[in-house]
Design a protein around this ligand. Structure first.
Ligand code: NAD
Length: 344
């Protein structure tokens, strides 16, 4: 397939680009190169004759029309977004502009292109979203595809808005869409402002390892390369108009994740004191959802997809990757800045 992938210089998008090229697809990577982007993430894929980069902002409708006309994709995988909850608390405007208006532009540009092509049945618009649109869970239960939306942060509200637009463009205009809502990703090329890279890099620097609140928030952790595999499965085999939840089958409390990473580092980079001694509890994020968990039944039974790694295996691979790629993360640390999300 020729895939138009938005956000392909970001964390998850770049994993999709790398795997799509490995699988023999052609890729047009559309990215505005915000603070979160890094073209090094796709350096190997970029050597392929099947890879093209378009430096385009999805808020620019005319530029999107040009990209569709020039490249004539078989499918769109829409990942470009402002993605950091803490940043959405301090500055929600960019989240509405990119996640809501940008998705509207993508839908309209895709619809115009699809209509001009004679509405081919095989065309797909795959919208990539988050489980955060469902709000928070108590101690028990899991999100299914039918869980009512109840977003709690400006980020999740903007993603919920984009999900509703995608659904409506299918119901109203017949655009052949598929949708996915996934849990927290982790793995190689994760921007150094998110929990897992922060823990690894603070630990290595000998600095306090910040844990929000008491570290009791629970997430269902999904290894990014498993997620990329699931997304390529859905764009090729998902039923039109259907949404799929994607989880890692790996629920864990933040504090347990942090302890596990510290224990891995104790083995791989031993020093005099245990890394866990650096753990420091800090003021919680406002509106911090307690627990997210995904019921993965639909994607498992309908598309035969399951994650390939356990949390322990994935964390081991992730720590190894950060230990071996200082030249990647060191320059990005300056962009990440300090504590965000306190302005509420
Ligand atoms: P990221 O922040 O690492 O990357 C986002 C990419 O989008 C960057 O390359 C950035 O330059 C690009 N981008 C941002 N605004 C743009 C614009 N206006 N025009 C064009 N490009 C723009 O994000 P990520 O973690 O890779 O997330 C990708 C998608 O997956 C997002 O839609 C996010 O909501 C969703 N998601 C992420 C997670 C997670 O754990 N990271 C979980 C669930 C869902």
């Amino acid at each position: 397939m020729k895939l138009l992938i938005t956000g392909g210089a970001g964390f998850i998008g770049s994993a999709v680009v790398r795997q799509a090229i490995r699988d023999g697809h052609a890729v047009v990577n559309v990215d505005a190169l915000t603070y979160a982007a890094c073209l090094d993430n796709v350096a190997d894929a970029a050597t392929s004759p099947d890879y093209t980069f378009e430096h385009v902002d999805i808020r620019d409708r005319a530029a999107l029309d040009r990209v569709f006309a020039a490249h004539r994709p078989d499918a769109v995988m829409h990942l470009a977004a402002e993605s950091h909850v803490d940043r959405s608390i301090d500055g929600p405007g960019d989240f509405v502009q990119t996640n809501v208006i940008g998705t509207f532009n993508m839908l309209e540009a895709a619809r115009a292109y699809w209509t001009a092509q004679g509405r081919p049945e095989g065309f797909r618009f795959h919208h990539i979203s988050t489980d955060e649109v469902f709000g928070t869970l108590g101690e028990t239960g899991q999100f299914t595809e039918d869980t009512p939306y109840a977003p709690n942060s400006p980020y999740s509200a903007s993603k919920a808005g984009s999900d509703h637009l995608v659904r409506a463009w299918h119901e109203t205009y017949g655009l052949p869409v598929v949708m996915t809502n996934c849990s927290n990703n982790y793995g190689p090329y994760h921007f150094p402002e998110k929990l897992i890279p922060v823990v690894i890099l603070k630990a290595l620097a000998g600095e306090p390892i910040p844990v929000y609140g008491k570290g009791e928030n629970v997430r269902d952790w999904l290894y990014v390369e498993d997620h990329a595999d699931a997304l390529l499965t859905v764009v090729q085999n998902g039923a039109v108009g259907r949404s799929y939840n994607i989880g890692g089958e790996n629920e864990a409390r933040n504090i347990d994740i942090v302890q596990t990473i510290c224990a891995i580092l104790d083995r791989k980079r031993p020093k005099d004191a245990a890394y866990a001694d650096q753990i420091t509890f800090v003021t919680d994020r406002p509106g911090h959802d307690l627990r997210y968990a995904i019921d993965p039944e639909r994607i498992r039974t309908e598309l035969g997809w399951r994650p390939s790694v356990t949390l322990e295996q994935g964390l081991e691979k992730t720590v190894d990757w950060y230990l071996g790629h200082e030249e990647w993360w060191r320059p990005l640390q300056a962009r990440a800045g300090g504590r965000l999300g306190t302005k509420a």
